[in-house]
Design a protein around this ligand. Structure first.
Ligand code: NAD
Ligand code: TYD
Length: 352
């Protein structure tokens, strides 16, 4: 029985990962630690909360005592660090918390894991591993051609991506300096159930369903490489099990689309299946994001060749599943868009 310490497991990808693992395996134990910021929601984990192999602890990854105590009280084999401030627009408004959580929080986890796993000078208990969940955004922005490889130099532009790149470098330094057993994964944009509606896809679904305008930044021709969240979870599982210590793995499904096309796909689905008064007149081109990266595109060849990973869900299927999930979970959307979200939304979009 392997014990996974999952951080940020009440957020979008973390909660999908916890559910994916507990549905797939009977012989894994998951300890989910999350400080429950605006983005963390225990409702996401309702389906597993009574699973005997699952435990939730409310804790901040920056809290040294709390994290050391969790390592002391549990025999942890793997750390999967999802916990982060994750939204670019918020990082432009308030960079400090991004450096604190994403960089110092990561360092704190590394320190605690190193201490708990050490059995000699730079020697660790057999079979343990730390996985840093990173992002393709650390590579910066592409022109019309080419892809991000694992060897592409880091060139982040936003406070969010620079904090993620900084964390990656600290994790790398732990391997280079202490032979600390780690992997880093860098995934492209995810979409699917439980994504907080500050991000493009759930924001557009929510706004279209309530006939609010659909705020497309600038010309809307910025390109993202979209992956269904379950395919990301599958890749993470494979990297933990079979990833070669010290390696970075890019994850993406060669599914590049301009933002405005994503918005049109959502409009078409809702118009044809839910409400025929929803159409393109809702699109509103608004002021562009500062420092907006033009294009992301992942080359996933290494994870495909070395670990046999491939994405199972096409965008056409994944986006329908996602929209249907939000339609079936309108209460979830209502809950997460009350309170803090209202203030955030008004502040962000009233000035655009
Ligand atoms: P999210 O914002 O939905 O969830 C983040 C979770 O971390 C929340 O539950 C929050 O409460 C928790 N958290 C924040 N600060 C914390 C702290 N100090 N201590 C403990 N918990 C804390 O984010 P997400 O979209 O699920 O992303 C998860 C990870 O994946 C992040 O590291 C992100 O950089 C990375 N990533 C995301 C995407 C994407 O498209 N969403 C793509 C590639 C990589
Ligand atoms: P987002 O979901 O914030 O992810 P990221 O910035 O991490 O890629 O945004 C995806 C793209 O959609 C990005 O190019 C910004 C754009 N976008 C809009 O045009 N309008 C919006 O309201 C939002 C939230 C994003």
């Amino acid at each position: 029985m392997k014990t996974y310490l999952v951080t940020g497991g009440a957020g979008f990808i973390g909660s999908n990962f916890v559910i994916y693992m507990l549905n797939k395996y009977d012989d894994v134990k998951i300890i989910n630690i999350d400080s429950l910021t605006y983005a963390g929601n225990l409702e996401n984990l309702k389906s597993v909360e009574n699973n005997p192999n699952y435990k939730f602890i409310q804790a901040d990854i920056c809290d040294k005592n709390a994290i050391n105590e969790i390592f002391e009280n549990n025999d942890i084999d793997y750390v999967v660090n999802f916990a982060a401030e994750s939204h670019v627009d918020r990082s432009i408004e308030n960079p400090e918390i991004f450096v604190k959580t994403n960089v110092l929080g990561t360092l704190n986890l590394l320190c605690a894991a190193k201490k708990a796993w050490s059995v000699g000078d730079d020697v660790y208990r057999n079979g343990v591993k730390y996985l840093q969940i990173s992002t393709d955004e650390v590579y910066g922005s592409l022109g019309p051609d080419g892809y991000f490889l694992e060897t592409t130099p880091l060139d982040p532009h936003s406070p969010y991506s620079s904090s993620k790149a900084s964390a990656d470098l600290v994790v790398k330094a732990y391997f280079d300096t202490y032979k600390f057993p780690m992997n880093i994964t860098r995934c492209s944009n995810n979409y699917g159930p439980f994504q907080f509606p500050e991000k493009l896809i759930p924001l557009m679904i929510n706004n279209a369903l309530s006939h609010k305008s659909l705020p497309v930044y600038g010309d809307g021709m910025q390109i993202r490489d979209w992956l269904f969240v379950e395919d990301h979870c599958k890749a993470i599982d494979m990297v933990i099990r079979d990833g070669k210590i010290g390696e970075v793995y890019n994850i993406g499904g060669h599914n590049e689309r301009p933002n405005v096309k994503i918005v049109e796909t959502i409009i078409d689905y809702i118009k044809n299946n839910v409400d025929d008064s929803v159409d393109k007149h809702l699109i509103k081109h608004v002021e562009d994001r500062k420092g907006h990266d033009r294009r992301y595109g992942i080359a996933p060849d290494k994870i495909k060749e070395d670990l046999g990973w491939y994405p199972e869900t096409t965008f056409e299927v994944g986006i329908q599943k996602t929209i249907k999930w939000y339609l079936d979970n309108m209460d979830w959307m209502k809950n997460v868009t009350s309170g803090e979200y209202q203030k955030y939304y008004e502040k962000m979009y009233s000035k655009k």
